[in-house]
Write a protein that binds this ligand. Structure first.
Ligand SMILES: Nc1ncnc2c1ncn2[C@@H]1O[C@H](COP(=O)(O)OP(=O)(O)OP(=O)(O)O)[C@@H](O)[C@H]1O
Length: 229
């Protein structure tokens, strides 16, 4: 559903992503894990088109999206939740979600989103900036889902979120995979969260995938060692 091959991304002369390959199936959750500065955010930004790729192919289903502007990638089925969530603090919860409707042509927020995130229904008239970190993360995910994507990109969703809420978030992502059939690529540093929801775990170091394992039978110590060195 998301196939990336030989992706190369530079900031100036520095090569940050080095010929990276990825292949995510339908309704699969893959966690890309790595320490600070290893290239997770750059990978996500290049997939959605905020940072240009120098080389490589990015396919959503059969559609090649590398080289397209971000809004065209969204129309092709990619959705992106940036690190730090970036919701619109002065807009209400409902208005925030409505900004995601533009590519579908729908006017009203689909009820399914409020079923997935009941707290957002209760708070739909509140300003986004008044929500807690965990609620803002739900809002950012709901806004991304409003474009009816096939592939969801989530950059470090647990950052700044309380541990008790992180468990709920893992459950919600599994529901999104199982009920909507979405493919999810999530970058993460929290191993317990990745193990709670990912079908497969990849480790990125200096812009290259250095380890890969299905969740079943994963060597947790080995992955922890990559994250703590
Ligand atoms: N705008 C930029 N210009 C130049 N170099 C950058 C820029 N943004 C990131 N980098 C460098 O690219 C490398 C990868 O950074 P990136 O933010 O992708 O890592 P990350 O794994 O997402 O880390 P974090 O968990 O801290 O977000 C780092 O060496 C970083 O210093």
């Amino acid at each position: 559903m998301l196939t990336v091959s030989n992706l190369r991304v530079f900031y100036g002369q520095s090569e940050i992503i080095h010929g990276l390959d990825l292949d995510l199936g339908p309704a699969e959750i893959v966690a890309v894990m790595g320490r600070n500065g290893m290239g997770k955010t750059t990978l996500m930004k290049s997939l959605i088109g905020i940072v240009p790729a120098a080389e490589g192919s990015i396919r959503v289903g059969d559609a090649e999206v590398a080289g397209l502007e971000s809004y065209r990638r969204v129309a092709a089925g990619l959705a992106y939740v940036p690190q730090g969530r970036m919701i619109f603090p002065a807009m209400t919860v409902q208005e925030n979600i409505e900004t995601g409707l533009t590519v579908t042509g729908e006017r009203a927020v689909p009820e399914q989103l409020y079923t997935l995130f009941p707290v957002l229904k209760d708070m739909r008239g509140r300003r986004g900036g008044n929500l807690s970190g965990g609620q803002q993360q739900q809002l950012a995910i709901a806004r991304a889902l409003a474009s009816k994507p096939r592939v969801l990109l989530l950059d470090e969703p647990t950052e700044g979120i309380q541990p008790s809420i992180i468990k709920d978030m893992a459950k919600t992502l599994c529901r999104i995979r199982d009920e909507i059939g979405l493919t999810i690529l999530v970058s993460e540093q929290v191993l317990s969260f990745a193990l709670d929801m990912a079908d497969r775990v990849l480790v990125i170091e200096k812009g290259a995938i250095v380890h890969e394992s299905p969740r079943q039978g994963i060597d947790e110590e080995k992955v922890s060692a990559f994250l703590s060195v």
